[in-house]
Design a binder for this molecule. Structure first.
Ligand SMILES: *Cc1c(COP(=O)(O)O)cnc(C)c1O
Length: 505
């Protein structure tokens, strides 16, 4: 048959010759290296609105025919370098999102090339063992029992969600996976501080409990959960025939880097039979520091922990990790064994099939970039980088504290909050506070699109604050000092435009 002849020497459109691959690959690596070198001189962002960004993409429908990969990559590289918001820029201080370490970038390239499927051991013998070791090393890094179980996931939201589901299965006194919430009339109830990340609402909703199941516990003046308030609420709920099953402590809150008192919360969980989960998406790696914050100590007692290597371990997005003290708990919460899988069972030397420990079936090789990072810099390297980030955050706090036009608020882990207060205005009265909120909000909007630096915000006691989070191995003292100068300079100009006549003190 004529059609069959071409299949003898098949030329698939997706295929690429070894020569071309080398040429394009080398060129791309050269361009990325130059991009890294150029980062400090680039704007953090161009601040272009969506409509303008779209003008850099092809103005066509789905391509009917393909194009040369050469031109395609050249064009795409340029658009990405010139129009992205650069999280890897030394003056990017927004949210909690870090530059990717170059070895992780190369690791992702390698992972994509080998492309093992980490759903089943049979499809990823080396990959599965690397993931197993990565989980163990992360546990060792944060002082968690290394014989724990765990899973690499997309990020903190999913890492926390897995802890939530493990808790739900382990603590519901009926077969919740079989009969769902119909198995018992009592409302399963979960506890977390008011400063908890919104994953908690998503998890409770997805688990079918509804967001009403979430009790947000009061925080103290340092944004930490008040353990007495937690216990009172649990006791009250028990007396009202609710079923408290899970308490979440945050080790490094998103707004201010506060660490809930883990040992106290662990003790309350033990006393009342609750699962104890720690959201350490951002802060857990700080447990590796020789002078780790005291409040962090209870982390080792958690039933489950969420950690984001794509934050303070500098892995490229996406990399989250769930640790579970007893590996069976994750398995119990997620395992189904379909007929169409034939996986060998070997009690002596078990083959771990990670699809049974979480939501995903086919799974990418996320562990590789994390594993490479851990090997390249080691515990000592990570500790040093975190310490430097924390020192820089402290320095920023001191700068803001000393500067008459800045007001420092908090510094926790590597997050500092502060605001601009123009000369001649004394905070405190309602009129001044409300103007300061407006001024700082407008200032933030301007800074976020200006390209000189990038900050985000926190709201504390109804005050709108600027917030710098330093999870950035490229940031130096010069960048932090420049940040303070930029805020004051742009703040002054904005104040000159905005201040209502008569507002002074
Ligand atoms: C970042 C963060 C999350 C969410 O993690 P993603 O990786 O963005 O999904 C949850 N909790 C805390 C404390 C975080 O810092």
């Amino acid at each position: 048959m004529k059609e069959m002849e071409s299949l003898t020497n098949r030329r698939a459109p997706a295929a690429m010759s070894s020569e071309t691959f080398k040429k394009l690959g080398h060129a791309l690596v050269d361009q990325i290296a130059a991009f890294y070198d150029s980062l400090p001189a680039r704007a953090v962002t161009t601040g272009e609105p969506p409509r303008e960004i779209r003008t850099h993409l092809p103005d066509t429908g789905l391509p009917e025919h393909g194009m040369g990969a050469d031109a395609l990559l050249a064009e795409t590289t340029k658009v990405l370098f010139d129009h992205s918001l650069h999280i890897g820029h030394p003056r990017f201080f927004g949210y909690i999102t870090s530059p990717s370490m170059p070895v992780g970038v190369l690791g992702d390239f390698l992972a994509a090339a080998v492309n093992p499927n980490l759903g089943g051991w049979a499809l990823s013998p080396v990959g599965s063992e690397i993931e197993r070791q990565t989980i163990r090393w992360i546990a060792e890094l944060v002082g968690y029992p290394p014989d724990c179980g765990g899973l690499m996931v997309s990020g903190g939201n999913v890492a926390n969600l897995l802890g939530f589901f493990a808790a739900r299965k382990a603590r519901a006194p009926w077969d919740i996976r079989g009969s769902g919430l119909r198995g018992d009339a009592r409302q399963l109830t979960v506890y977390a501080s008011e400063e908890t990340h919104t994953w908690i609402e998503k998890a409770s909703d997805l688990a079918g409990l509804g967001t009403d199941a979430v009790r947000l516990i009061h925080i103290d003046e340092h944004q930490r959960m008040d353990p007495d308030a937690l216990e009172r609420r649990i006791v009250k709920d028990e007396s009202e025939n609710r079923l408290p099953f899970l308490a979440v402590a945050t080790a490094g809150t998103v707004s201010t880097g506060a660490i809930d008192p883990l040992p106290e919360i662990a003790a309350i969980c033990k006393k009342h039979g609750l699962w104890f989960h720690v959201d350490g998406a951002y802060g857990a790696p700080a447990a590796a520091l020789p002078d780790a914050p005291e409040a962090m100590k209870g982390l080792a007692e958690a039933d489950s922990v969420a950690i984001d290597p794509h934050k303070w371990l500098y892995s490229p997005l996406e990399a989250g990790c769930t640790l579970v003290r007893n590996p069976e708990h994750l398995h119990d919460a997620f395992s189904f064994r379909p007929k169409y899988y034939h996986f060998e069972e070997e009690a002596e030397d078990p083959r771990i099939n990670f699809y049974e420990y979480g939501i995903q079936n086919s799974r990418g090789f996320r562990a590789l970039k994390v594993w490479l990072g851990l090997r390249q810099v080691g515990r000592e390297g990570y500790a040093r980088m975190m310490q430097d980030d924390i020192l820089l955050a402290k320095h920023l706090f001191d700068l803001a504290d000393k500067d008459p036009e800045l007001q420092a608020f908090t510094q926790g882990l590597s997050i500092t909050t502060f605001r601009f207060v123009p000369e001649g205005l004394k905070p405190g009265t309602q009129a001044v506070e409300s103007y300061l909120n407006e001024l700082n909000e407008r200032l933030l909007t301007q800074l976020q699109s200006g390209g000189e630096t990038f900050l985000s915000n926190a709201v504390l006691d109804e005050r709108f604050l600027l917030r710098a989070c330093i999870v950035n191995f490229r940031t130096s003292l010069i960048d932090v000092e420049a940040l303070a100068d930029i805020v004051v300079d742009r703040g002054r100009r904005l104040d000159a435009e905005l201040r209502p006549p008569g507002l002074s003190s």
